[in-house]
Design a protein around this ligand. Structure first.
Ligand code: GDP
Ligand code: MG
Length: 198
């Protein structure tokens, strides 16, 4: 279902466009749904076409209208269209915690975005979703976190997050981080410079 792109400037606030990509089944639609509606649906219904949702937030007295563009249908095959990426302000790469291949594939998704737009100045986060499925001890968990940091550094990603669309872990935090990177409001998140690109 293709919804017309909204107008660039809107009475309701500044539009920020965020695209979310990653393999099918990693939880992209669930993640956006959790953030926007604070809901999680167990039933699996693959998104058809491009899904579009938005949420209004306020940072430093400025109102933003966050638009989330959810790649779908073609998400078994990392091919991205220019229309999907056009004028995007931020990128979310999504993978699934227990499926290593989906993590490797986030880089393929990133590369396919780079084929159609210049991402040099566009903040990118990676989310390792479904972290509720992990039953790990603390040492192992911390080791994984440092691996995530390396992954971000090696791949020019601003920061990687563990998230769960099921219980909400990391959902708000990761999106606020991304938005702060986009609008440049460091006081909102003192940790934002933890992992730097370049
Ligand atoms: P998409 O294809 O990337 O949009 O993935 P969906 O959002 O459709 O999710 C695929 C399946 O994974 C669905 O059955 C969801 O209920 C499930 N799912 C999504 N996120 C999570 C999560 O954080 N934890 C768990 N346990 N399941 C999830
Ligand atoms: Mg989907």
């Amino acid at each position: 279902i293709n919804i017309n792109p909204p107008k660039k400037h809107n009475k309701k606030g500044k539009d920020l466009k965020i695209i979310i990509v990653g393999d099918s089944g990693t939880g992209k639609t669930s993640f956006v749904n959790k953030y926007i509606h604070n809901k999680f649906a167990e039933t699996y219904s693959p998104t058809i076409g491009t899904a579009f949702e938005y949420k209004i937030i306020k940072i430093n007295d400025i109102i933003y209208r966050l638009q989330f563009w959810d790649i779908a249908g073609q998400d078994r095959n990392p091919e991205i269209t220019g229309i999907f990426c056009k004028n995007t302000n931020g990128i979310i790469l999504c993978c699934e915690v227990n499926k290593y291949q989906t993590k490797e594939n986030t880089i393929k998704w990133k590369e396919s975005i780079e084929k159609v737009i210049d991402i040099k100045d566009i903040p990118i986060i990676m989310i390792e979703n479904k972290c509720d499925l992990l039953g790990k001890d603390e040492d192992e968990y911390n080791k994984d976190i440092s691996e995530l940091k390396n992954f971000a550094e090696n791949n020019n990603i601003n920061k990687c997050f563990r998230t769960s669309a099921l219980n909400g872990y990391g959902v708000e935090e990761s999106i606020l981080f991304l938005v702060n990177q986009i609008v440049g409001a460091p006081e909102q998140n003192p940790e934002q410079n933890e992992v730097k690109r370049d």
